[in-house]
Design a binder for this molecule. Structure first.
Ligand code: UTP
Length: 169
């Protein structure tokens, strides 16, 4: 959790956190060869890609502006959160309502997605710096999609509770 500006120690002026930043531009070298042609963040855990758990956690915590720092070979992430018109059309024609429901469930309602590219995978901090132009001084959460937490109250919501109380990272 950051209180406003990625390398600023100033207290937040806006108490409500709306932005979640997802760095997804890494090489995923530890998972090769699984990640040679598939982004690490798109590897499935049970019934959905890892990145979807991260976005769902952010949306459940009330964050509505999802900012992805992407890089080479990460197009699948953008496609995953885009509409899939042809597939929807085909499933509608087949009246496959369950599949349609599952397809649409990939995108939580009421959230927006923005993408910035990190041209070289120089590390997570370098990735976060890329978000500055979209964030300004707004407070934001950082979500690493390859860290999954299971808890009754989502981990991110717990961090936001602390931020609301302390107004600091
Ligand atoms: P990791 O530390 O797991 O790095 O990044 P990585 O490159 O993906 O994985 P390995 O170590 O090579 O296997 C944590 C998150 O930060 C992103 C990654 O995509 C991952 O979601 N990241 C990492 C970036 O966005 N940019 C970077 O330069 C490095």
């Amino acid at each position: 959790m950051n209180s406003g500006g990625i390398d600023s120690a100033r207290p937040a002026t806006a108490a409500i956190v709306r932005h979640a930043v997802f760095p997804v531009a890494g090489l995923g070298a530890d998972f090769l060869p699984a990640t040679k042609a598939c982004p690490k963040e798109m590897l499935p855990i049970i019934d959905r890609p890892m990145i979807q758990y991260a976005v769902e956690e952010a949306a459940a915590a009330g964050l509505t502006r999802m900012i992805f720092i992407t890089g080479r070979g990460k197009r699948a992430i953008e496609d995953h959160f885009d509409s899939a018109y042809e597939l929807e059309h085909e499933l509608e024609a087949r009246a496959d309502h369950e599949a349609l429901h599952n397809l649409r469930a990939a995108v939580p309602p009421g959230v927006t997605f923005s993408y910035i590219r990190q041209r070289e995978a120089t590390g997570v901090l370098g990735a976060l710096r890329m978000a500055r132009s979209l964030l300004g001084t707004a407070p934001f959460a950082v979500v690493l999609p390859d860290q999954l937490f299971e808890s009754e109250r989502p981990a991110l919501a717990q961090l936001l509770d602390v931020f609301a109380e302390c107004r600091s990272s």
